[in-house]
Write a protein that binds this ligand. Structure first.
Ligand SMILES: C[S@@+](CC[C@H](N)C(=O)[O-])C[C@H]1O[C@@H](n2cnc3c(N)ncnc32)[C@H](O)[C@@H]1O
Length: 241
């Protein structure tokens, strides 16, 4: 597959880009000492013990966070990009699944959406992705997303993204124009930090998912299966899209 399973936008990007060359470009940028890890710098500043890199692609951000000692997993729908991540960091957990409905057996202090995931996903999946990722946050956890604000009619806006977050009980904590925390002035890129209140219970009522973190070997086994669709016993959401 070459990105069609993700979205037309993503398939278009994939047609224009040679993945091996793209990967090498990042390797060269890193080796040159160029500041290649703005996303990891901002995420690390929040001192999360655990991170889900949602839409991890080749694992660029997750691998850097792991280097910095953070417990991180990655998830993406594009298996060809995940193959680079698995090759570069076989010791990490890489989950193949759709962020709109994948069910992971643990929750995280921070879920990150770096690298335009919300721009490249299907427009109809934006709300379900935010909802599903909010369910993977520990109480008090952070959802951190960076995406471009394009001019096209169906492009995501910060208003649409904020509304999806508010619907899940998340509140906007900060918004920047860059990962280096330049002030946001309604430009063409936004980094948004939303928090799930510490007392929020949306992370609690899932049935059939253990409340404690499973051993990573088990996690790998579960991730290899088709993602399960599990209904929330309390609010009846989460069964499908
Ligand atoms: C531009 S890439 C960014 C990759 C990585 N976050 C980075 O910064 O290097 C966007 C990624 O979002 C992923 N993506 C988009 N929609 C998705 C979905 N519904 N489920 C899982 N991954 C998705 C694509 O497969 C792609 O890997």
């Amino acid at each position: 597959m070459s990105g069609e399973q993700v979205s037309d936008e993503w398939a278009g990007w994939r047609r224009r880009v040679d993945l091996e060359e793209f990967h090498q470009r990042w390797v060269r940028m890193e080796a040159s000492g160029h500041a290649a890890h703005g996303e990891a710098d901002l995420i690390e500043a929040y001192r999360p013990a655990s991170v889900l890199d949602a839409g991890c692609g080749m694992g660029r951000v997750a691998i850097e966070l792991s280097r910095r000692g953070i417990d991180v997993d990655g998830a993406d729908l594009d298996d060809e990009l995940l193959a680079f991540a698995r090759r570069d960091a076989p010791q990490l957990v890489w989950v193949s699944g759709d962020l709109a409905d994948v069910v992971l057996p643990r929750r995280y202090e921070l879920v990150a959406l770096p690298g335009n995931v919300m721009m490249f996903c299907r427009a109809s999946d934006r709300g379900p992705i935010v909802a599903n990722l909010a369910r993977h946050l520990l109480p008090g956890g952070l959802l951190v997303a960076g995406f471009g604000l394009e001019q096209r009619a169906d492009a995501i806006t910060v208003g649409e993204y904020d509304a999806a977050c508010v619907a899940e009980g998340l509140t906007l904590e900060a918004r920047y124009a860059t990962w280096q925390r330049a002030p946001f002035e309604a430009g063409d890129y936004a980094v948004s930090v939303h928090r799930l209140p510490a007392e929020h219970r949306s992370g609690q009522p899932w049935r059939r998912i253990p409340s404690q973190v499973l051993p990573r070997s088990l996690f790998g086994g579960i991730a290899a299966q088709k993602p399960r669709r599990v209904r929330c016993g309390r609010c009846r959401r989460g069964g499908g899209r």
